[in-house]
Design a protein around this ligand. Structure first.
Ligand code: ZN
Length: 429
């Protein structure tokens, strides 16, 4: 099985979780969405657990507080959901946000790290049941028990590993989380492709997890952007996944694009991604302005190139290449040809905008679900061969399109293929 884990970050993604639960394996809910939700999200999760026996996890999002001000407004105030979450975690976390303003494990005392790490685990294991219990109607009874309401695994505080002090802090986080947790730990190894480029560093990380008796983990490589990552970085990621799997640790991507799927044969067990985008992570440090939050541009996941493109770019490239439109249940209900998609995009009524966004989101979730089937059923050699066919069929229209953003180029499809082909010898052992 290749686990498809869909990130649940905002209320407008709800229909994916409510109505399309057959298109994903587990939900990865942001801690601050849950902290802010009195009843709706906990109730949805309880229904999923009870009626559909689906799994969920909670993203502790503590890495967001490491530096900068992305969790604040420009005036310095905490954003409301982050504030709700800080209130749930309580001191020392809450106090640290007041002075000095960030929570970076590198600079904290061991006891403080331990306390925050444990508060984050306690939050994950109790929040859903607590909320349901607090908001129980007079004649209602709870259908899930305290145990059943817990996530399938808990995710310790993800701390970015740069210096020696960070490794020490990460060890402290894992040991403290282990003491607190009653569910398996799936810690996030938050590092960079530069770090794992050296075999010595990979071994150190594998040993760190083995020594703590960790059986599964998420991997987070900062700025793993398909348009900027080179072939040798991809090869090192394959090596790292292979190293972990070889010692019995199941790795998952914390954010992943199609490249993650190519790692199935090398031992990757699944990947998380957003309903729209959410395929890579960059640390953001600037404060959010109150007005900028709602503007999400409509982009379409073009399966032919395994990437999001502006709708005009999809229409231009795909029509010139004579590519058929997507025949998934969502697309086929809303457009018959690429021109229809362009028209949907240009309609400026709010309702249509929302509808388009919903179609685009559902199409994307379904496509990624099918990608998981692809690597479960076929050998990776065949998958990259198909990638090569797609590349040849679309490359010239993609390159010549005035609509495709100038920073984008299609070479990543070649880099993925070459990195995988270069490492297939590992699979013969
Ligand atoms: Zn579709």
């Amino acid at each position: 099985m290749f686990e498809t884990i869909v990130r649940y970050k905002a209320p407008n993604e709800r229909s994916i979780f409510e109505d399309h639960h057959e298109k994903w394996d587990s939900a990865l809910v942001s801690a601050h969405l849950l902290a802010n939700s009195k009843k709706r999200v906990p109730k949805l999760l309880a229904d999923l657990i009870e009626e559909r026996s689906l799994s969920y996890y909670i993203d502790p999002i503590l890495a967001e507080f490491r530096q900068g001000k992305s969790f604040r407004y420009e005036n310095g105030n905490l954003r409301p959901w982050h504030e709700d979450y800080a209130n749930e975690l309580g001191d020392p976390f809450k106090r640290l946000l007041e002075d000095p303003g960030t929570v970076n494990a590198r600079f904290l005392e061991t006891e403080t790290i331990e306390q925050i790490a444990q508060d984050a685990i306690e939050f994950q294991e109790t929040i859903v049941y607590r909320r349901l219990d607090e908001h129980l109607g007079k004649y209602e009874t709870l259908d899930v028990s305290r145990e059943e309401a817990k996530p399938d695994a808990v995710i310790p505080w993800a701390h970015k590993l740069e210096k020696d002090q960070d490794y020490d802090a990460f060890r402290t986080i894992i040991s403290a989380s282990k003491v607190q947790a009653t569910r398996p730990l799936r810690p996030v190894v938050y590092t960079s492709t530069a770090k794992i480029g050296r075999g010595k560093n990979r071994t150190e990380l594998v040993n760190l997890l083995s020594n703590e008796d960790i059986g599964e983990c998420f991997l987070l490589f900062e700025d793993l952007d398909k348009h900027e990552t080179n072939e040798s970085e991809y090869k090192h990621i394959i090596d790292f996944v292979y190293d972990l799997a070889s010692v019995g640790i199941d790795p998952y991507f914390y954010y992943g694009d199609f490249f993650a799927n190519l790692l199935h044969d090398f031992g990757l067990k699944g990947t998380a991604y957003g309903t729209l985008h959410g395929e890579k992570y960059s640390e953001s440090i600037k404060p959010k302005s109150k007005s900028s939050s709602s503007a999400i541009s409509s982009r379409y996941y073009a399966d032919k190139v395994k990437d999001f493109l502006q709708i005009q770019a999809v229409v231009d490239t795909m029509s010139r290449a004579d590519e058929p439109v997507c025949d998934c249940e969502f697309c086929s209900r809303h457009f018959e040809n690429w021109r229809d998609l362009a028209e949907l995009d240009q309609a400026d009524e709010d309702e249509v905008e929302t509808a388009l966004q919903t179609v685009v989101m559902k199409h994307r979730i379904l496509t990624r679900w099918e990608h998981a089937r692809l690597v479960e059923e076929d050998e990776v050699e065949d998958v990259v061969e198909n990638l090569q066919t797609d590349f040849k069929e679309i490359a010239s229209e993609y390159r010549s399109s005035q609509q495709v953003a100038s920073r984008k180029e299609l070479q990543y499809m070649q880099r993925w293929r070459k990195a995988v082909e270069n490492r297939t010898a590992l699979l013969e052992n």
